[in-house]
Design a protein around this ligand. Structure first.
Ligand code: BTN
Length: 251
């Protein structure tokens, strides 16, 4: 799938995901992709806001997946893999923290917000929203995010333009989307495991559906769900859409 041709650049919008959702409802085809210079109401996972000043990448892509429902749950992980690979092409080794945080060490380089619309039980469309920090942000934002965020520029000293970053991501996204359709989720999940943070066997806490659960992270299953071995010996499957926060804990 080649989505580079339908990439459009716009100025400031509320959220590229919102713009693309409207276009999807108006009949826009699969592969419609949009980057914005800035967002006034950028959204992160779980209702969090996503600070979106000019200089970083705010990208959304429209999918109309003719996939089995099981394959759909691989989409968030697939997007993370594409972002990690694109980052590698700019010289940054990023690791993926389940479900789809793109990390360099303990700092966040980017994130993925997947939003789907259904007609009955069928998926009508999916908007894949990707935020990638390209440059250190100015003023107060830098103070707030210094310890938790990083950027391609901070990691390499090199400036990457949003268009260049979007092209790199879209080209990897297309490759993995074709593979998902052709081969099923196993290859995507394999790539995700290879790029994941090395947390397996370690203690983590998960806030899921309003509840905090602690246990040992065992890996992901064949649908992309996180497997958490609780202290009572029961293994919990945490679905991507249910997880609010996943953190490593000591002891
Ligand atoms: C997260 O890690 O919480 C996900 C962040 C996703 C941010 C991107 S920026 C482009 C798209 N538009 C939005 O409003 N959000 C996503």
């Amino acid at each position: 799938m080649n989505w580079l041709e339908s990439l459009e650049c716009v100025g400031r919008v509320t959220s590229t995901n919102d713009v693309l959702r409207e276009r999807a409802r108006a009949g826009a085809p699969e592969g419609t992709a949009l980057i914005a210079e800035a967002q006034s109401a950028g959204r992160g996972r779980e209702g969090r806001s996503w600070l979106s000043p000019p200089g970083n990448l705010f990208l959304s892509v429209l999918l109309r997946p003719a996939l089995e429902p099981e394959a759909l749950s691989a989409l968030p992980l697939l997007a993370g893999v594409a972002v990690a690979e694109a980052s590698a092409s700019f010289g940054v080794t990023a690791r993926l923290k389940w479900p789809n945080d793109v990390m360099v060490g303990e700092r966040k380089l980017g994130g993925v917000l997947i939003e789907a619309a259904f007609s009955g039980t069928c998926v009508d469309f999916v908007v894949v929203g990707i935020g990638l920090n390209l440059t250190a942000q100015a003023g107060k934002i830098t103070e707030e995010l210094r310890d938790v965020a990083t950027s391609l520029r901070a990691e390499t000293g090199r400036s990457v333009a949003a268009l260049e970053a979007a092209r790199a991501i879209l080209s990897r996204l297309g490759v993995w989307y074709d593979r998902l359709a052709g081969e099923g989720a196993a290859s995507v999940l394999g790539a995700w495991r290879s790029a994941s943070v090395p947390w397996w066997g370690e203690r983590v806490e998960v806030i899921s559906s309003g509840t905090r659960v602690e246990g040992t992270a065992r890996g992901i299953d064949e649908s992309g769900a996180l497997l958490l071995l609780k202290d009572d010996g029961v293994t919990l499957r945490v679905l991507c859409g249910d997880a609010r926060a996943v953190r490593r804990v000591s002891g």
